[in-house]
Design a protein around this ligand. Structure first.
Ligand code: URA
Length: 192
């Protein structure tokens, strides 16, 4: 079994936080065997909680469209979330939930060892760079991400908007334009 599969299997029984009581199932995420880019969303929504896969609802459909425009496809990527269980009514994960779930995400990134990490939205940005960073200021540039406990390895990191924000503000809105541009930026950072 690969490191990724073993990790996913380990997390399906997780009861470390209160989200375990209301979820249908843990959604570990997906990773192509040779994934060079990891996309990090916030949390599973209803469709993901029911289906067990990340980004399969409306946000996921827009994400696929923008990935396609950037020349990227799911079979080249890993797609995961900051928390692996759906928060009730899709509320933002609480800090304690994000902190409790954090070791899973850190381990996933280490196992995949990607060229580029892309954070989608505020929760993933907080995971990467801590709270108090504004997405508008952080996006559109390449950061160096170091994970706790393995500071010797750093990852190129691009922060961008969550597809749900792109849907909310429409096709001409700043989040959608920025998300499209930032996915292009990330695609260009993959080692060739
Ligand atoms: N939104 C997310 O942040 N993640 C998903 O998997 C689906 C919607």
């Amino acid at each position: 079994m690969t490191g990724w599969a073993a990790l996913a299997e380990e997390m399906v029984g997780c009861t470390a936080c209160g989200l375990a009581a209301t979820r249908t199932q843990v959604v570990p995420g997906v990773a192509a065997p040779e994934a060079r880019i990891v996309l990090i969303g916030e949390a599973p929504g209803r469709a993901e909680d029911e289906g067990g896969l990340p980004f399969v609802g409306r946000s996921g459909r827009l994400l696929d469209e923008l990935l396609d425009a950037a020349g990227l496809h799911r079979d080249q990527l890993a797609i995961v979330n900051t928390v692996k269980c759906r928060p009730p009514a899709n509320r933002t994960p609480k800090r304690i939930e994000a902190a409790t779930c954090r070791p899973w995400l850190d381990r996933q990134v280490r196992v995949i060892d990607p060229d580029v990490v892309v954070t989608l939205g505020g929760s993933a940005l907080a995971w990467a760079l801590g709270t108090g960073r504004r997405l508008r200021d952080a996006r559109g540039q390449v950061h160096r991400l170091r994970l706790p406990g393995s500071e010797e390895r750093s990852y190129q990191m691009v922060a961008t908007y969550h597809p749900a924000a792109a849907l909310r503000f429409g096709p001409a809105g700043e989040p959608r334009q920025a998300l499209a541009a930032d996915l292009q930026l990330a695609a260009g950072l993959v080692a060739r």
